[in-house]
Design a protein around this ligand. Structure first.
Ligand SMILES: [Zn+2]
Length: 303
């Protein structure tokens, strides 16, 4: 599905948000990926994850051309010239100085234990770190350990949350469609100026991303508002090393594109090419770095 980027809120629904990249219509591709054997598609050559600080743009020579194709494609197809959109995951972590607070939207009537909530928080952090490991130490990226915390759960009924809820904020708010969501007063999507004065817990309990877990949802969707994936899929994958649909959608939160109508020269297996890889590949990692390299210079974040 095409990426749509608009800078203004067109709707109160997060799925019609500024950066909305939906894969929900592409469940067939995901089914292929889910059913594929868990083999690594990783190249046998070890590329240079940074063992030491490095600056500038220095991708492996065999990735340079396809990476430029991808970046140019984004420049040509994202609205507002790509740089005009101001709520990428990048903008969010700059605003928080290296933190991502997450609200879980539990679109289910299934009870969830305290232990499961701990597992959810662990898994979300682990998956994000798989992306961020490409950034730590790279090209003046200012953070070495981005803190990813689940700060809130939105449920239909508070009784679905078993055990202690002392470490989270429990919300029974709903969106315009009646689906649980954390309070809009606390959400980055709704308050991109950073004013959380209407949030009962103030800025400390605000959330940057929603992790929207929906019963019976196939495929996924991702954008500046967060990620949406199937509740059953995610809860069944909590102990999986790479929760590949979530990884793909997190890529969208940080601006990465889909590849439904073209592929970069010579590159056929990577997590952002839905269904082609169950892990973040070196090409994915360098696409993420490409964003930092370009966006940090455009935004004045290098100094
Ligand atoms: Zn996608």
């Amino acid at each position: 599905m095409r990426v749509t980027l608009v800078s203004a809120l067109l709707s109160i629904s997060p799925l019609a948000s500024g950066l909305d990249i939906s894969d929900a219509k592409d469940s067939g591709e995901w089914k292929v990926a889910r059913d594929a054997p868990e083999v690594s598609s990783r190249d046998t050559t070890l590329w240079n994850r940074p063992a030491k600080r490095q600056s500038g743009w220095s991708p492996p020579s065999n990735l340079a051309t396809p990476l430029k194709e991808v970046w140019d494609h984004c420049l040509n197809t994202y609205s507002n010239g790509l740089f005009g959109f101001k709520n990428y995951g990048w903008d969010q972590i700059k605003a928080t100085e290296g933190k991502i607070n997450v609200c879980v939207r539990w679109e289910s009537s299934t009870a969830v234990t305290e232990a499961q909530r701990t597992q959810v928080a662990t898994a979300v952090n682990k998956q994000y770190q798989k992306w961020f490991s490409w950034l730590y130490g790279y090209d003046n990226f200012p953070y070495s350990n981005i803190q990813v915390n689940v700060v809130g759960w939105a449920v239909k009924d508070a009784s679905l949350l078993q055990g202690s809820t002392s470490s989270i904020t429990v919300y029974t708010d709903t969106d315009s469609g009646g689906i649980p969501q954390c309070a809009e007063a606390c959400g980055r999507f709704f308050h991109q100026d950073g004013d959380y004065s209407g949030c009962p817990g103030g800025s400390a309990s605000h959330y940057d991303n929603s992790l929207w877990l929906t019963d019976g949802f196939s495929g996924g969707a991702g954008g500046d508002w967060g990620q949406r994936i199937g509740r059953e899929y995610f809860m069944g994958a909590l102990s999986t090393d790479s929760i590949h649909i979530l990884l793909h959608e997190m890529g969208h939160t940080f601006g990465l594109d889909d590849f439904y109508d073209w592929t970069p020269t010579g590159i056929s297996n990577f997590i952002m090419l839905a269904g082609s890889s169950s892990v973040i590949t070196d090409f994915d990692g360098w696409m993420l770095r490409n964003w930092w390299y370009e966006l940090s210079r455009n935004r004045g974040w290098q100094s």
